[in-house]
Design a protein around this ligand. Structure first.
Ligand code: AHR
Length: 345
C-alpha cells in the first residue's frame, strides 16, 4: 500500500490536465491549476512504480442525488472509471455526512488504492481523513472542499471556485441595477447548510452586491439544493414578502422549483421576478432559453476524466497540484438559447 507524507519528495512532475469538451457557450469546461494557490501534494512512497489501470481500485463517496448537476457528476465519474479500466467502489451518502464517514472507513478496510469524495459539508472530516492517512491511502477531494487546517490529510482538491461563481452572479445583478434609484429586494435560496457551495456562493454574491446600496437581501434560507425544497421555500417567501424583485438560487434545481411557486402565485418568472441561478444543467438552460431564468453561472460537473488522471498519477507516485480549479462560463437567456442544443448534461 502506498504511503504519503512520509518519504519525502521523489518526483516533481506536474499533472497534465485533461481538456473536457463538455460545455456550451465559449467555454469548454476545461480546468486549470491556479498559479498562486498550487502547491506540491505530499509525495507517495511508491513513486516511480506504475500500476496498471485494471489493478487500481478507487473508492468514491458521492454526496447523493439531490440535483441534475449531481446526476451528471455521478455519471461522469462512473463512465470515466469504466473507460479507464479502474475498479470503482461507489457509495451514495444520501446527503448525510455520517454515511460518507462510514463509506470512507469501509474503503480503508477494503484497502482501496485511492479514496475520492465530494464532502457534503465542509467541517468535521479530520478524524476520518487522519485514519485514511494512517492507513497510507491517499485522498482526493472532488467538487467540494473541507475546512481542515491540516492540508496534508488530502492530496488535492479538484473543483470549481464557488466564491467566484457567487461573484459572477452578484456582478450581473449589480450591472442590471447600476442606475437603480430605489431598493431592489432580493430573496436567496441557499444550498445545503454548511456545504462549501452554499457558504461560498453566498459570500461571493454578498461581496459584490454590497457595492450597490440599493441591492438588499430581504430573506435567505436553505432549499437544500433540491427542486422540492426550492419550491416550498419560495412559496414561503412569496407569502411573507409582496415586493420581491429578484431571486438568487444557489442551483438550477432550486430555481426550477421556485419557478413553479412563482407561476402558481400568478407571477411571471424572469419578468415580475428576475432569477439568477448556478449550474447550467439542461433543465436550467431550457428555463433560461424561455426567459424564465435571466442569468446562469456555470458549474461544471464533468470531473470524471480529470479525477481518473489524478488517481493514476497518485498511484504512480507523481506529485499533483494541490488545487485544480474548473474553468466555467456564464449564460444570459440569449446565450442559453444558443448553447442549449449542444448541451451535454
Ligand atoms: O457542489 C456542487 C453543487 O451541488 C451544485 O451546484 C448543486 O446543484 C449540487 O447539488
Amino acid at each position: 500500500m502506498k504511503r504519503f507524507g512520509r518519504m519525502g519528495a521523489m518526483f516533481a512532475l506536474t499533472l497534465s490536465m485533461v481538456m473536457l469538451g463538455a460545455c456550451g457557450n465559449n467555454n469548454t469546461g476545461n480546468t486549470a491549476t491556479t498559479g498562486n494557490q498550487a502547491t506540491e501534494a505530499p509525495a507517495v512512497a511508491n513513486a516511480g512504480n506504475t500500476k496498471e489501470a485494471k489493478d487500481i481500485t478507487l473508492g468514491f463517496s458521492q454526496v447523493g442525488a439531490e440535483s441534475g448537476w449531481r446526476s451528471a457528476n455521478t455519471k461522469s465519474i462512473q463512465d470515466s472509471a469504466k473507460e479507464t479500466g479502474y475498479t470503482l467502489k461507489f457509495s451514495d451518502a444520501q446527503q448525510k455526512q455520517e454515511n460518507q464517514i462510514k463509506a470512507i472507513r469501509s474503503f480503508i478496510q477494503q484497502k482501496v488504492d485511492v479514496i475520492a469524495f465530494s464532502p457534503v459539508v465542509e467541517s468535521g472530516w479530520d478524524t476520518v481523513l487522519k485514519e485514511a492517512k494512517d492507513a497510507g491511502i491517499p485522498v482526493v477531494l472532488t467538487d467540494r472542499a473541507v475546512d481542515s487546517k491540516d492540508t496534508s490529510l488530502y492530496i488535492t482538491f479538484l473543483g470549481s471556485d464557488f466564491v467566484e461563481e457567487g461573484r459572477k452572479a452578484g456582478q450581473w445583478l449589480s450591472d442590471q441595477y447600476k442606475d437603480a434609484s430605489e431598493d431592489i429586494n432580493i430573496v436567496e435560496l441557499q444550498g445545503t447548510t454548511g456545504s462549501a457551495p452554499a457558504n461560498d456562493r453566498m459570500e461571493g454574491f454578498a461581496e459584490v452586491i454590497k457595492t450597490n446600496p440599493h441591492l438588499k437581501v430581504i430573506a435567505s434560507q436553505t432549499g437544500d439544493f433540491t427542486r422540492a425544497k426550492g419550491k416550498e421555500v419560495m412559496q414561503a417567501f412569496l407569502k411573507a414578502h409582496k415586493d420581491i424583485d429578484v431571486l438568487y438560487a444557489h442551483n438550477d434545481d432550486m430555481a426550477l422549483g421556485a419557478i413553479q411557486a412563482i407561476e402558481a402565485a400568478g407571477l411571471k418568472p424572469g419578468e415580475d421576478i428576475k432569477i439568477i441561478s448556478v449550474d447550467a444543467v439542461k433543465d436550467g438552460m431550457q428555463a433560461a432559453s424561455e426567459g424564465k431564468i435571466n442569468f446562469i453561472v456555470e458549474c461544471n460537473p464533468m470531473l470524471g476524466p480529470q479525477l481518473m488522471e489524478i488517481v493514476q498519477n497518485v498511484v504512480d507516485g507523481k506529485s499533483v497540484e494541490a488545487r485544480i480549479v474548473t474553468e466555467e462560463s456564464t449564460f444570459t437567456s440569449e446565450q442559453a438559447k444558443e448553447a442549449l442544443p449542444s448541451r451535454p448534461y
